[in-house]
Design a protein around this ligand. Structure first.
Ligand code: ADP
Ligand code: ADP
Ligand code: ZN
Length: 214
């Protein structure tokens, strides 16, 4: 199963991708998580990505595409994967399609998690993530069991530098301009499934598993 989770920032892609990947027993590949890992390790790619991420704009396609295509070539991806945060532009989608078609392969499904904008702002304003495994939490709607510690790995939780009101606003604009056209793109390919992302985490999770299985 090769799946893409598509949706605006704050839609719940990270939350749901982790659960779905565990259910399907395939890796969860999140472009934002990979960039943040590079930043933690202070690699050249991490330093380059930082300047874009802080502003809430897209990291250039060339380096992003190289990073993701490299990752999905690993043996653990041969049975499938859940992509989260990639592709984010038509150019990225085309690069992915080309790379897969060289191996006579393709994306099976694109799950579009739709959430209205005012809810996105609320979610991102209260988001905390784990410094180690990057699991997302929310101060009100999805708090950790122990204050500021990750339920999964015990790691410390923090607020992302790009979850400030200014950067969130910019990311939502960038989504509308560069990523939203992918909805039509994948609709035309006949592989898009739209999921209402407004309900509780469990409910959205069930809808996603349902969409994958039918
Ligand atoms: P994305 O990866 O799409 O940016 P996240 O999975 O990081 O989104 O979720 C954004 C924020 O919203 C997090 O704080 C998360 O805990 C919270 N969240 C995710 N799904 C829901 C939901 N169904 N209802 C309420 N809050 C949610
Ligand atoms: P969110 O949870 O808000 O959707 P992500 O963690 O997916 O955010 O991404 C954070 C930032 O990382 C983006 O604002 C962008 O700068 C960069 N980024 C992530 N994925 C991509 C991508 N596919 N193409 C370009 N930039 C990306
Ligand atoms: Zn953790």
């Amino acid at each position: 199963m090769k799946i893409i989770l598509l949706g605006p920032p704050g839609a719940g892609k990270g939350t749901q991708a982790k659960r779905l990947a565990e259910t399907l027993k395939v890796p969860h590949i999140a472009s934002g998580d990979l960039f943040r890992e590079h930043q933690e390790k202070n690699t050249e790619l991490g330093r380059l990505a930082k300047s874009y991420m802080e502003r809430g704009v897209l990291v250039p396609n060339e380096v992003t595409i190289r990073m993701i295509l490299g990752r999905i070539e690993s043996p653990d991806c041969s049975r499938g994967f859940v992509l989260d945060g990639f592709p984010r532009s038509i150019e990225q989608a085309q690069a992915l399609e080309q790379a897969l078609s060289k191996k006579k392969d393709k994306i099976d499904k694109v799950l579009f998690i739709n959430v209205p904008e005012e809810e996105l702002t609320r979610r991102l304003g209260g988001r905390l993530i784990c410094r180690i495994c990057q699991t997302p939490y929310h101060r009100e709607s999805s708090p950790p069991k122990r204050s500021m510690l990750c339920d999964r790995c015990g790691g410390e939780l923090y607020q992302r530098a790009d979850d400030t009101p200014e950067a969130v606003k910019k990311r939502i604009q960038v989504y509308a301009a560069e990523t939203a056209p992918l909805v039509e793109y994948y609709k035309r390919e006949g592989i898009l499934e739209e999921i209402n992302g407004k309900g509780p985490i469990e409910q959205v999770g069930k809808a996603l598993v349902g969409a994958v299985r039918d």
